[in-house]
Write a protein that binds this ligand. Structure first.
Ligand code: HMG
Ligand code: MG
Length: 313
């Protein structure tokens, strides 16, 4: 039988907040993660162990993950760009020694173009892969799950259209390092169902579709359509952000991720079931409320279309 269970990776606390200019209190970040977990989110990206000079907003991640609730059936991931980030995470794991640990998963990331990799990681694709290989191995040795990202899988803000063969090669390199899943990022949000399908067709030649995830920014309003294009290709894991928050500091002009509420709403009454923690699903109503709550904390309205419609109802 076909697998019709869709996994959501909630990236709001990380991708959603990393680009915010104002200071977001640790309390708010902790409450966002706790609310998402209680609403049934099974996979939550909680923050990043990147350089605070590069991405100041993620500087408090160690404090956030130390203070958040840790529900046993939820995976809590942090982004790690290099050995230094992993060392900092390991120090925290040694200090806290909690069960479940403050984080059971890292996400490593690189891109399909050298221009973007230079802007985001200050290196080339090839060097980034060389650096990440021992990071992935050390994390796996310590029992952590390792997830990989390929950014600019459709288009690059610096070098334009992307060669999907490069996406395929980089995705394969990350899978070969032991990533249980590789998320294909339309960082710019320029993808359409046609280009997304073409890209995934190419990547599937080297990485089994069970190991792929889709990560769509909604700059052109195509993100929900791109989610369905990815599902039609056999992908069953979708990254999304509550309230449609998000953006990469090194992708100028790109807007937030596809809103979690919009994905949950669009999949209602379909052949697909959304996986949530404790064999439940993720609550659409709770997600709508969280989207409004966090948007108002940031001084604006929710940009999720379903979130706006459901609140106005
Ligand atoms: P660099 O400047 O080349 O680093 O940056 P370096 O190794 O030369 O070190 C410079 C300084 O940074 C040193 O400190 C290091 O100790 C420190 P100093 O001696 O000057 O005091 N440093 C660190 N501090 C804390 N944590 C660390 C760390 N590493 C070095 N991990 C670096 C290289 C990788 C650090 C930098 O480029 C960086 O942090 N990049 C991360 C950028 C980022 O977070 N981008 C957003 C996430 S990716 C994304 O959003 C896309 C995604 O959503 C998918 C999609 O949409 O496509 C995932
Ligand atoms: Mg992103």
């Amino acid at each position: 039988a076909a697998n019709n269970v869709v996994n959501i990776v909630e990236v709001g606390p990380r991708d959603g907040l990393q680009n915010e200019k104002g200071v977001i209190p640790v309390d708010v970040k902790v409450e966002l993660i706790n609310r998402l977990a209680r609403a049934g989110a099974q996979n939550i990206e909680t923050g990043s162990f990147v350089s605070p000079k590069w991405v100041p907003q993620m500087g408090g991640t160690a404090e956030v993950i130390t203070r958040m609730e840790r529900l046993p059936d939820v995976h809590y991931a942090v982004l790690v760009p290099n050995q230094k980030g992993l060392d900092n995470l390991f120090t925290l794991l040694d200090q806290t020694q909690l069960s479940p640990p403050v984080s059971d998963e890292i996400s490593i990331f690189t891109a399909a173009t050298d221009a973007f990799t230079r802007a985001n990681l200050n290196t080339t694709i090839t060097e980034s892969l060389q650096r990440l290989e021992p990071v992935a191995r050390a994390a796996l040795d310590r029992g952590l799950r390792v997830r990989g990202y390929v950014s600019v899988a459709i288009a690059c803000p610096y070098s334009g259209p992307v060669d999907f063969k490069r996406v395929r090669e980089v995705a394969k390199a990350l899978a070969d390092m032991g990533c249980y899943e590789v998320s294909l990022g339309d960082t710019v949000g320029q993808g359409t169902p046609a280009t997304v399908a073409e890209m995934i067709e190419e990547v599937k030649k080297s990485v089994p579709v069970e190991k792929l995830a889709g990560h769509f920014h909604d700059t052109y309003g195509t993100a929900v359509a791109n989610v369905f294009a990815a599902l039609a290709q056999g992908i069953r894991t979708i990254d999304s952000s509550v309230g449609g928050l998000g953006g990469c500091p090194y992708s100028p002009g790109a807007t937030g991720n596809v809103a979690t509420e919009d994905v949950l709403y669009a999949l209602k009454d379909s052949q697909y079931k959304i996986a949530g923690s404790n064999n439940k699903t993720i609550s659409l109503d709770d997600t709508v409320n969280i989207g409004w709550w966090i948007s108002e904390k940031l001084g604006r309205e929710s940009v999720s279309r379903a979130g706006r419609a459901l609140r106005a109802r």
